[in-house]
Structure formats: structure tokens, C-alpha cells
Ligand binder design. Structure first.
Ligand SMILES: [Zn+2]
Ligand SMILES: [Zn+2]
Length: 328
């Protein structure tokens, strides 16, 4: 499903096209795609809100599939193995960020479904060193939604500094927070979930949250760390208000409308604000391993690949009841 001209999703800008599966290059894998989850970033790309870096482009960066062929210089991969690829398609490997465990900050980073063709397709190529082994027992359709919001939620957990048994606040409760909650529970943390939606509050409690309420409600305990998922700066202040001395508020959102002015007293006592940008391969490996062991549960709604426009339209309308996953 190829994007040639970005347009409103109602105009169905993704078109089914046939191209020869080329590659893999010597350092790449050719994957037969089994499942590709749909992300809000895909919608932004298709509608032109995120400027395309190449056109035509095949979107999709949460891909689970099977190795069909390996490049001549690839080691560590066998044909027929399950593999996954994520948003991070490659980094330079030599800059100060890449050589210090922070490849997520690399200025030369390339991205799946943006710089190179992604997983809204029957086949996709990917750098072998940026592909991941999928834990056995994880169905490809259930694994795909873990590969973007899930991994970023996991990085946010790490960035938050939360320790086993600590009190963690999650502000906003979508797919990413739902996965982060399951990891936090596995680590023995108490989770406090703040969301306006009654339905999401109930879902959080059913998933093991200690407490759930609205943004202005008080949970009756100070938090050791908090993560905000809502793209709203006011929520960052709500989180800060509930964090104990020495605690951090980690902002998971890529875009934030603004951070409202607030009293320095709220930040004093060594409280911190932190942002999260992309993920490293280490984050993805650790999270996939955990996801298989916990095992994490995801809510998915599947669509045939040719209905990619429909899946994106329902995402835009807020009419999905789980993460949309395209099946080939
Ligand atoms: Zn994404
Ligand atoms: Zn680099």
C-alpha cells in the first residue's frame, strides 16, 4: 500500500501497487510481512502533517514477519525465523551518541516507513542489525503493536527512574500506558493511573493499577516517578504536583502544546522534567524479552492489508477499540 501524494485519509491516498521485491542488500534481510500495526505517525505521514522524506513511500514501522532471504554478509539470522522491525531503521554507528549507548539521539538516524519503505506490504527489507528476534509464543499480530508505543513506553519507564516496589504515576492511558502498566506491575511497582475516561480508569484497575482517577484527583500518596502520555502540557503540571521530592516527571509525548508557567516551588527539592526521544535497539530487545515473559496483553483489531486506508480512517475518527493491525 503505497503513498504517492499525501492527502486526507478520506480520499484514500494509499494505493495498492505491485513492485518486484528487490534486495536484500548484503547487510539486509528480506522479510515476508505477517503483521504490521498502525501508528498515529503513519496517519500523520499519509495526510502530510509529517513531511514525507521520500515519495512514493510504503508506510508502516511495527512489522512482524519471517526471514525470507538473508544478505551475503548477514550472520545471526536464518531463513524462516520470526523477525520484527521498528521505527529505528539505522544509525551512523560512529557519532558520540551512537558510541555511548544513546543511538536514539543520532542525527543520522533513518526511519522505517519514512526514509525507507515499511511494512504496509507483503515484503520489506531491513538492516539485519536493526531487526529483532521475536520471542516464541508471541503471535505476530499481538507482537506488532508492541514495536512502537510499547517500546517507547518501556524507554519512558527506564527514563523515569522508577525502582521495583516504587509508586509510579501514569498520566493519560492509551495503548502505550497500558503496556507500561503491565511492565510496572511485573516489577512490583504500585501504579496510579490518571485519565479523564471512566472506561480507561476501569481498564487500568482491571490491569492491576492500585488507584485510578481524573487528572485533578488526589491519589492520597506522593509518587516516586511519573510518566505523562497525553500531549498536553497541563498534564505535566498535574504530574509534577503529585511527585515526591527527588522524583522525575518523564514526558512520553513527541509533541506537547506547551509547558504552562508554574511555580519553581513545584520543581524544587530536586524534582526533574525529562523527555523521551525514540528508542535504542537495547530498549527494543529488553522490552520484547519482557513482553514474552510477562506475557503482556494487547487489544488488537485486525484488517486485511488492502484495507489500510480504512484502518487509518478509523484511527483518525477514534473509532478503533484496539490497535489496528494489518494482516497480509
Ligand atoms: Zn509509531
Ligand atoms: Zn550516530
Amino acid at each position: 500500500m503505497t503513498l504517492t501524494h499525501p492527502d486526507a485519509i478520506e480520499a484514500e491516498p494509499l494505493k495498492a501497487t505491485q513492485t518486484a521485491a528487490n534486495g536484500p542488500a548484503p547487510d539486509e534481510l528480506l522479510l515476508r510481512v505477517e503483521a504490521c500495526a498502525v501508528c498515529r505517525t503513519d496517519l500523520q505521514l499519509v495526510e502530510g502533517d509529517l513531511k514525507a522524506r521520500k515519495l512514493p513511500v510504503v508506510p508502516g514501522h511495527q512489522v512482524a514477519g519471517v526471514v525470507e532471504r538473508t544478505g551475503d554478509r548477514v550472520s545471526g539470522w536464518e531463513m524462516g525465523e520470526r523477525a520484527a522491525i521498528t521505527w529505528l531503521a539505522g544509525t551512523c554507528g560512529i557519532c558520540k551518541f551512537c558510541t555511548s549507548g544513546r543511538e536514539n539521539l543520532c542525527l543520522e538516524a533513518r526511519f522505517t516507513g519514512w526514509d525507507r519503505d515499511g511494512g504496509y506490504a507483503d515484503y520489506v527489507t531491513a538492516r539485519a542489525d536493526f531487526a529483532f528476534h521475536l520471542p516464541s509464543g508471541l503471535d505476530p499480530a499481538d507482537a506488532a503493536p508492541l514495536l512502537c508505543g510499547g517500546v517507547i513506553g518501556y524507554r519512558s519507564l527506564k527514563r523515569s527512574g522508577i525502582q521495583p516496589g516504587g509508586r509510579l504515576g501514569l498520566f493519560g492511558y492509551g495503548a502505550s500506558a497500558h503496556l507500561a502498566l503491565q511492565v510496572a506491575r511485573y516489577w512490583g511497582c504500585e501504579a496510579y493511573v490518571f485519565t479523564r475516561s471512566r472506561r480507561e480508569q476501569e481498564r487500568a484497575l482491571a490491569t492491576g493499577a492500585t488507584w485510578a482517577g481524573g487528572y485533578s484527583d488526589s491519589p492520597g500518596a506522593l509518587l516516586d516517578a511519573a510518566i505523562t502520555f497525553a500531549p498536553v502540557g497541563d498534564v505535566v503540571i498535574d504530574a509534577l504536583r503529585n511527585v515526591d521530592r527527588g522524583g522525575a516527571v518523564t514526558i512520553n509525548a513527541i509533541h506537547l502544546d506547551r509547558i504552562p508557567q508554574f511555580s519553581y516551588d513545584m520543581l524544587w527539592w530536586e524534582r526533574e522534567l525529562r523527555s523521551v526521544a525514540n528508542v535504542t535497539r537495547e530498549d527494543a530487545r529488553e522490552f520484547l524479552d519482557l513482553a514474552g515473559r510477562i506475557p503482556v496483553r494487547t487489544d488488537i483489531q485486525t484488517f486485511p492489508l488492502q484495507n489500510a486506508n480504512l484502518a487509518l480512517k478509523l484511527l483518525k475518527q477514534g473509532a478503533l477499540w484496539g490497535t489496528a493491525v494489518l494482516l497480509t
